[in-house]
Design a protein around this ligand. Structure first.
Ligand SMILES: CC(C)(COP(=O)(O)OP(=O)(O)OC[C@H]1O[C@@H](n2cnc3c(N)ncnc32)[C@H](O)[C@@H]1OP(=O)(O)O)[C@@H](O)C(=O)NCCC(=O)NCCS
Length: 206
């Protein structure tokens, strides 16, 4: 059924600088009980220092205390190039180089992201994704890539809705649920026209 309130919902997004953003991500990751390996602020700072990056969080009120606004969804992305020397990123680029064109183009990698369980299905991740795309186009990026696993069904479903294309599938023979799926979205100019989320964006200490 048509829902008029959905049409007018405005998302509140904060674009953080590195130091504060890393602390915010460390904090919000504590709420993701389903994933055992949480990123620390130090790890985030290490990864993002010296790389073009974007840390976005969406904030929303607590259902039982609407006066309190808390971070509920996040997305962290950084540039990857053919010149990566950090082993994990060099490996990622190697796995992708036959499927994503790096030469002469700028590629943004969505490293981590998610929405706290109680706020899922309310459009926060779409709003962050659209803001990320806007920023990436402004910054001159050509493509966004992301990696997930077969078993992350919510994320796969979401990336499908957000119109990411599968560019590579890496089978884990012993357990197909662990197989890796690489997806990408080309940042064509008409992407912005398709954006749907109304949002306010605040920049913190940039
Ligand atoms: C995936 C996740 C980020 C989605 O966040 P969310 O805030 O609930 O997403 P949104 O409400 O913004 O939904 C975005 C789109 O995806 C769709 N979607 C959301 N959850 C979905 C699901 N479980 N299955 C299918 N589609 C889904 C929505 O319908 C929406 O599409 P639409 O705008 O065309 O209607 C969230 O479920 C999550 O954090 N999951 C755990 C994270 C994870 O799996 N991490 C693994 C490492 S990759």
């Amino acid at each position: 059924m048509y829902n008029a309130t959905f049409q007018t919902l405005e998302y509140h997004i904060t674009h953080y600088d590195l130091e504060q953003g890393a602390l915010e991500i460390q904090y919000i990751e504590e709420y993701f009980g389903e994933f055992p390996r949480k990123k620390t602020a130090a790890e985030i700072v290490r990864r993002l220092t010296g790389r073009k990056h974007l840390i976005l969080l969406a904030n929303a009120p607590l259902p039982d205390d609407p006066g309190s606004v808390v971070p509920v969804s996040f997305k962290v992305a950084h540039e990857i190039t053919v010149h990566e020397s950090e082993p994990k990123l060099a490996d990622l680029v190697n796995r992708l180089r036959d499927f994503v064109q790096f030469n002469g183009r700028r590629v943004l990698y969505t490293w981590i992201g998610g929405t706290r369980r109680d706020w899922r299905g309310q459009g926060h991740f779409r709003a962050l994704t659209e803001q990320q795309e806007l920023w990436a186009i402004e910054q001159g990026f050509d493509e966004i890539v992301v990696k997930t696993k077969n078993k992350f069904y919510e994320m796969r479903g979401t990336l499908d809705h957000l119109r990411f294309e599968v560019v590579k599938y890496e089978r884990v023979q012993t357990d197909n649920t662990e197989s890796k799926v690489y997806l990408s979205k080309k940042l064509l100019p008409d992407i912005i026209r398709k954006h749907r989320s109304a949002k306010t964006v605040v920049q913190v200490a940039l």
